[in-house]
Write a protein that binds this ligand. Sequence first.
Ligand SMILES: NC(=O)c1ccc[n+]([C@@H]2O[C@H](COP(=O)([O-])OP(=O)(O)OC[C@H]3O[C@@H](n4cnc5c(N)ncnc54)[C@H](OP(=O)(O)O)[C@@H]3O)[C@@H](O)[C@H]2O)c1
Length: 247
Amino acid sequence: MIDLTGKVAVITGASRGLGAGLAERFLERGLNVAACARHRPELAGDAGRVLTQAADVTDADAMEQLCAAAAERFGQVDLWINNAGLLAPIGPLRDNDPAELALNIQVNVVGVFNGSRAFIRHLHARGGDGVLLNISSGAARNAYAGWSAYCAGKAAVDRLSESIALEEADHGLRVHAVAPGIIDTDMQTMIRNSRPEQFPRVQKFLDLKAKDAFSSPGFVADRLLELAFDPAAADTPVLTTLPLEHA
Ligand SMILES: NC(=O)c1ccc[n+]([C@@H]2O[C@H](COP(=O)([O-])OP(=O)(O)OC[C@H]3O[C@@H](n4cnc5c(N)ncnc54)[C@H](OP(=O)(O)O)[C@@H]3O)[C@@H](O)[C@H]2O)c1
């Protein structure tokens, strides 16, 4: 395993679920971690290597402040992970609440713009290399009835990542939109609680639970660190999908 001691990662949406698991594993691997969510993340570990903030990704100034605080505490930011996301609303578009539709796009798309922008501006200011990982989904690449906002938002994450890759190719930034596999988080619980008339493919996710066919956050974390820092991963396409832990 590559020695990543002292590398600096920022993770959004780290109060629970995948983001909390990434932060935990990154700390075990020796990284310094700055983490945010609307509820301030509670991360165990060496307090000198952890910075947590209550920050909403829909607030561009809050993302700039998070980046500045991480750079001030740890010297610089090497890796930024836009992980914060939400699935709701579930159900046919005709029944969706307009405010919930708008919030989905605010968090899943505008939130990724905000985090990406803060990190890219930091890289330009310090004049160095960095890796931006935007957490996408299989739902970006395949349509699901009942998830129109989520599919649209994650497809936007894919395309905005490709645009950023073109813009920053000559400025030391590598960017990937990563479908992380399936991880048993609150989001999966919400999926399994859907009624078939809201989400016709719910049985597939009930079957995954029955088989316990999930990737652990620690497994996903190690794959993301390989993608970010292993020279052998440097030619990975912008749009990528992680292997499943129990494939
Ligand atoms: N779980 C899966 O199988 C799976 C599969 C494919 C892709 N993904 C993607 O992986 C990412 C993490 O998903 P998850 O399953 O861990 O979801 P989750 O369990 O619902 O956790 C979502 C995290 O995002 C944070 N968050 C939500 N809105 C936010 C906002 N406006 N500002 C800052 N933080 C916010 C939440 O914290 P607060 O409520 O405290 O803000 C929480 O920490 C998402 O982008 C999701 O789309 C997950």
